[in-house]
Design a protein around this ligand. Structure first.
Ligand SMILES: *Cc1c(COP(=O)(O)O)cnc(C)c1O
Length: 429
């Protein structure tokens, strides 16, 4: 029995067996720019942003989306989101720097760091971005540098969630955020120091497909906001419920129900804000993954076919230096043979990279068409935490990135060269 070729989701497209992405041939791109190659679809980023924005604004008019830059901080990606009207979540001074370079004004940038150095706080104060403090220590050190106009506090809502233990960022084991008592203290301290405008923030984790953890955590966040409001007599310009919106990676994964998410979260938000007399703050979310994950594929060429008594290995030129998610989180990424989309699945393969570690497996036990050396594989949904987490491990220069849009393409990051491996190094005498 031959399974019918699966249906591809936009901006993926099958043209006579060859994979196209946002209207551009993957074969053409790799002929021009070689592999491994990240291909980013501008159209898809815009669609993802708009879909989420619309789903939220249809239930509440004051909504802000802070794009979490750490998911994919390519300058062109940031620029696209800037033109969509996004705000930006930065977790390091480097991300603030990149956001400013790409055109975000400081007012649209929220810095949420952890274990932040004092010199970094000076940089942030000088940049005029809004700081979301993660500890009383950070707050005290910030207030000594300069009293900001506006300040936010990251709350630990005591409920965490995520697709992997490394990605749960609230709850008892978490290093992030302040617990209720310290939250109250932080706002009182900031008010006393002269801060006049406030926000409040949480982030429960990453890759959350159920609405319930968001609702429970938001309930807690708002109940803390009420206590702060009652005790310190301050209002909030924004309530930020963080990111973590989950996405489907496996074909059988469910999707986060956006309509339900928006309805449940915003009806709770509106009723509590009314009940607690919190005025009319902006409702903010901070999606990273949701905006970019399916807007990028990783193209990698097959160089080695290898059979052992137990396994058939497909050796490709992208490893966990290029895409670490499978190795780091056991994540699943769908793989297509980009030049054989019409061929039936014939065999079971492990797709492995060039890194000298056994963990260097991009895809395990996959049913794929018969693969030969020279074939081109597309690793799907590689846009979030893909290039951003890549490294030069094993002294391999990092991949190039191409932006595609309705049949047009632009190289937006050059492939690194051997010289990039030694940049900044010197041999001790
Ligand atoms: C990582 C992060 C996000 C984004 O998480 P996603 O799962 O990519 O949506 C949002 N806010 C903060 C503070 C983060 O650290």
């Amino acid at each position: 029995m031959v399974k019918k070729a699966q249906k591809l989701r936009e901006p993926l497209e099958n043209r006579k067996g060859t994979l196209y992405f946002d209207g551009v041939s993957t074969r053409k791109l790799t002929e021009k720019f070689d592999t491994p190659l990240y291909v980013i679809s501008e159209s898809r980023i815009r669609e993802n942003y708009k879909r989420l924005h619309e789903a939220l604004t249809c239930n509440y008019e004051k909504v802000r989306l802070y794009y979490a830059a750490k998911a994919n901080s390519n300058l062109s990606v940031l620029r696209i989101l800037e033109t969509e009207g996004a705000h930006l979540d930065a977790v390091s001074p480097g991300e603030v720097f990149m956001a400013l370079k790409s055109g975000f004004t400081p007012e649209r940038i929220l810095f949420t760091g952890t274990s932040v150095r004092t010199d970094e706080l000076k940089f942030l104060a000088g940049s005029n971005v809004t700081v979301n403090v993660d500890s009383l220590s950070q707050l005290d050190r910030l207030l000594k540098i300069a009293v900001p106009n506006i300040l936010s506090v990251r709350v630990n809502p005591e409920i965490g969630a995520g697709h992997h233990s490394h990605c749960i960022t609230a709850g008892k084991q978490s290093k992030f955020g302040l617990w209720e008592k310290e939250v109250l203290k932080a706002y009182a301290t900031a008010k006393k120091a002269g801060v006049t405008r406030f926000g409040i923030h949480m982030h429960v984790g990453s890759g959350v497909l159920d609405v319930e953890p968001f609702v429970l955590a938001l309930q807690k966040l708002l109940s803390i906001a009420k206590k702060v409001h009652d005790k310190s007599k301050i209002g909030f310009e924004f309530v930020n419920m963080g990111g973590g919106l989950g996405v489907p990676y496996k074909p059988e994964d469910k999707e986060l129900d956006l309509t339900l998410f928006s309805e449940e979260v915003l009806s709770l938000f509106k009723s509590r804000v009314d009940e607690y007399n919190l005025g009319k703050p902006f409702f903010c979310v901070e999606p990273g993954r949701y905006v970019v994950y399916d807007a990028s594929i990783l193209l990698t060429a097959v160089n080695t076919m290898k059979k052992t008594p137990f396994k058939k290995f497909v050796g490709v030129d992208a490893g966990f230096n290029t895409l670490i998610r499978p190795t780091m989180y056991g994540s699943y990424h769908q793989v297509l043979v980009a030049n054989k989309l019409d061929s039936p699945e014939k065999d079971t393969y492990d797709v492995v990279g060039p890194i000298c570690e056994s963990g260097d497996v991009l895809a395990k036990d996959r049913r794929l068409p018969k693969i030969q050396e020279g074939d081109l594989l597309a690793v799907l949904n590689a846009g979030a935490y893909g290039f951003a987490m890549s490294s030069q491990y094993n002294a391999r220069p990092r991949a190039a990135e191409v932006l595609v849009k309705k049949g047009k393409y632009t190289l937006v990051r050059e492939r690194e060269e051997l010289d990039d491996l030694i940049s900044g190094q010197r041999i001790a005498k």
